[in-house]
Design a protein around this ligand. Structure first.
Ligand code: HEC
Ligand code: HEC
Length: 335
């Protein structure tokens, strides 16, 4: 007890001493945490523009047909509206394109978390033979032939085009693709009119009876962890997901909890795009999901009424769609 008061004073004093630069900044959308940029990849306007150009540039693929935006399209919720992504020469992968909205908040990227951070992720698709299909040497050589890129890399990184700079610039751009300030956030901040009555009922269900927030939790509606919710487990040879990396049998069929922000825009849903609508998703959870030996213990039949299911869907659609959706137009590309 004796120590409580001095401690409180100390804490208060320390808080005042925190420099403004690391306190929440006004440009962080309402409801999100202020982003921590990596020490070795601080933002600048030039770097973010360079990353945006690279993100939209099909020349980063072998046959100049595919860019990052082909599979993570701002007009399609930064996903692609398909169950499976289509890469060069019409090849299809086995998983759906997650949105990259708020991916900046994930330490581990991909459905199975196999890449570290956005910088660690960005060079993967360029080299993936069924996505963009270039070696890093080829990608670097290709961009170095484009005078505009060479100049911009010099300006931003002080070198010609190199792989490290490509990853850093793209990651810097991705860190600007954020969604917050949704009706959910305004409601939480005290604006009681921000959500309709059904959405408010849906919100209560989400955080209590429907148990969604056991995993879809925090500012980005994800615990960043991996869970088996039974998706695809009915297959003879299911995608084992996280187990591939962790080598833990208990991780079989576990995938990263995705964000639910802007969820109304990113159908179809799940790592294999199995559900076309949010109604189908809620129906699936309500029934207790597909039973399998490694099903997460937080998944069980919910026994929601028809009205409750409808309210939950209304909350997801209305509550998590921001009027400040991060829409961007493709930039002019360097020549
Ligand atoms: C052919 C389609 C395709 C292309 C092109 C593509 N991606 Fe992806 N992207 C995917 C798929 C599919 C996944 C999920 C794969 C997995 O989890 O195994 C993914 C995952 C991601 C993730 C992880 C998001 C998360 O929440 O875990 C990020 C970030 C990302 N891609 C960024 C990029 C960038 C940057 C580029 C361009 C350099 C790019 N992608 C090109 C299809 C594509
Ligand atoms: C045990 C953790 C857990 C619980 C509880 C949970 N989810 Fe999920 N959710 C996940 C995981 C993991 C995925 C991705 C699974 C996959 O693709 O295999 C997911 C996927 C989703 C998706 C698809 C997202 C996308 O981008 O494809 C929606 C929508 C969703 N959940 C909504 C809900 C709702 C609504 C509830 C409550 C009724 C809920 N979740 C409860 C972990 C959970």
């Amino acid at each position: 007890m004796r120590y409580l008061l001095p401690t409180a004073i100390l804490v208060a004093a320390c808080l005042c001493l925190v420099p403004r630069s690391i306190q929440a900044q006004d440009d962080t959308p309402l409801g999100l945490k202020k982003l921590v940029w990596p020490e070795d990849n601080k933002p600048s306007a030039e770097k973010i523009l360079l990353g945006k150009q690279l993100y939209f540039d099909k020349r980063l693929s072998r046959d100049d047909t595919i860019s990052c935006a082909s599979c993570h399209d701002p007009k399609k919720g930064w996903s692609n509206g398909e169950a499976f992504a289509t890469g060069v020469r019409g090849q299809k992968g086995g998983r759906s394109s997650p949105t990259i909205i708020n991916s900046a908040y994930f330490d581990l990227q991909f459905w199975d978390g196999r890449a570290n951070g956005l910088e660690g992720q960005a060079l993967g698709p360029i080299q993936n033979p069924i996505e963009m299909d270039l070696t890093l040497d080829e990608a670097v050589a290709k961009l170095n032939k484009i005078e505009g890129y060479k100049k911009q890399f010099q300006k931003v990184f002080g070198t010609d085009v190199n792989a490290d700079g490509i990853a850093k610039a793209i990651a810097a751009f991705e860190r600007t693709v954020l969604s917050g300030g949704a009706p959910h956030d305004r409601f939480k901040a005290g604006d009681t009119k921000a959500l309709s009555e059904p959405a408010q009922r849906g919100m209560k269900l989400f955080f209590a009876k429907a148990h969604c927030s056991a995993c879809h939790v925090g500012p980005n509606f994800s615990d960043g962890a991996f869970h088996n919710i039974g998706i695809g487990m009915e297959a003879e040879k299911p995608d084992i997901g996280r187990e591939e990396l962790s080598k833990q049998g208990g991780d079989r069929g576990a995938f990263k909890t995705p964000t639910l922000r802007e969820i109304a825009r990113t159908a179809p849903y799940m790592h294999n795009g199995t559900f076309k609508t949010l109604e189908e998703v809620v129906e699936y959870y309500d029934k207790g999901a597909f039973a399998n030996p490694t099903l997460d213990e937080e998944i069980f039949p919910l026994k929601l009424t028809a009205e409750e299911k409808a309210d939950l869907v209304t909350y997801l659609k209305e509550g998590l769609s921001s009027p400040k959706y991060p829409d961007v137009e493709p930039p002019k590309l360097p020549e």
